[in-house]
Design a protein around this ligand. Structure first.
Ligand code: FAD
Length: 341
């Protein structure tokens, strides 16, 4: 259950392993956090939790094959939009070296440092809206039955199967994966909550100038390669509210202009909000949560990056294969559960 990038990637992986997969989404596949994201594959972001490192590296390695499969099966392009990120912070991590003024100017002409120290990261980004077009198509083409507007309302493990109720039908499956993003608490009892993120899209006037992702502790700018730049993002605890606030968007634009002044002249195109699934320790939950049920949620700020690695781990767990990375930090048992389906 759950047709975001996590559920869809898992469906693709399991179908490729020969399983018969049905995927339910309460709305439209890729209609929630997964299409609201900026699309940075920020495996090397020094602000990532240390516990993410191995899964992030696994995902980064799997990404080229994942995108190739999605493109082949869907017939849609999902291009890599940027291949480098320039990150500014109060200090430069030991593993990186600070960019000199000339190097910084060459990478991002016109950037204002504001006293921060900048370094570069070999990090790609994609446009999640490209994935939103391609991934559901690819999943269907791989033989998965994708059912939209079908909210799962109850899950009961009974003997050799799992009984699943949607608003209009009852199904029985051999196994179920909860991949319901920010809504996961409802049927799993896990302490996963929505962490709202607001974003704004602008278009540079004239020749596009920003060619790399520009990121500071306060703000990121993610160019799409065609003059459009996504600027984000807030992190708010606002329940399931997805309203966009002018004040928040104004702050994002001001913070972006402080590091990248051309934003002041850029044309504002669109703004939106999405709900990241957040766990208390900001690490995902990827685990069995019963004899026949698994859960994959809590990917917080990195679910686009972590999707192929999560799908691989789910396949390995479900089929009893050797795990590619240690999952001790992703277990359900690290939280006190209020209810388990
Ligand atoms: P979702 O995409 O929210 O999908 C969950 C799905 O489950 C939804 O489609 C929902 O309809 C469905 N569902 C819920 N309940 C039920 C039910 N009962 N029955 C059936 N279906 C159900 N990540 C990155 O890696 N890089 C980024 O640059 C990045 N930027 C971001 C910027 C913003 C503003 C936001 C909001 C997120 C960003 N993220 C980023 C995080 C990333 O978007 C999420 O971690 C990821 O999308 C989570 O995927 P998901 O499939 O778990 O959740």
């Amino acid at each position: 259950m759950g047709g975001g990038i996590i559920g869809l990637s898992a469906a693709l992986e399991l179908a490729a392993a020969g399983l018969q997969v049905t995927l339910f989404d309460r709305g439209r596949a890729m209609g929630e956090a997964s299409s609201a994201a900026a699309g940075m594959l920020a495996a090397g972001d020094p602000d990532n939790a240390v516990g993410l490192r191995a899964l992030a590296d696994l995902s980064r390695r799997l990404y080229p094959g994942f995108l190739a499969d999605v493109e082949r099966l869907s017939g849609e392009r999902v291009p890599i939009r940027t291949t480098w990120a320039i990150q500014g912070g109060p200090e430069v991590p030991e593993s990186s070296s600070e960019l000199g003024a000339g190097e910084l100017e060459a990478a991002a002409p016109g950037v204002t440092t504001g006293g921060l120290h900048f370094f570069s990261l070999e990090e790609k980004s994609l446009d999640p809206r490209d994935l939103a077009r391609a991934l559901p198509k690819a999943v269907r083409a791989s033989g998965v039955t994708l059912i939209e507007d079908a909210e799962v309302t109850a899950v009961v493990e009974r003997g050799s199967g799992v009984e699943i109720e949607t608003r209009s039908e009852r199904w029985t499956a051999e196994r179920l994966i909860h991949a319901s993003g920010a809504w996961a608490a409802k049927l799993t009892g896990l302490p996963v909550v929505p962490r709202k993120g607001q974003m704004v899209l602008v278009e540079e006037i004239g020749v596009p100038r920003l060619k790399v992702v520009l990121r500071t502790p306060e703000i990121y700018l993610v160019p799409r390669g065609d003059g459009r730049i996504v600027i984000g993002a807030t992190v708010e605890d606002a329940g399931f509210d997805k309203q966009v606030s002018e004040a928040a968007i104004g702050r994002l634009l001001d913070q972006a202009a402080a590091v990248w002044p051309p934003v002041r002249e850029a044309r504002r195109v669109e703004s939106w909000a999405g709900l990241r699934p957040g766990s208390p320790d900001e690490l995902p939950v990827i685990d069995a949560c019963g004899e026949r049920c698994w859960v994959a949620t809590g990917h917080f700020r990195n679910g686009i990056l972590l999707a192929p690695g999560t799908a691989r781990l789910l396949r390995e767990m479900i089929l009893g294969e050797t795990l590619s990375v240690d999952v001790a930090g992703f277990r359900c048992g690290r939280f006190a559960l209020s209810a388990v389906s």
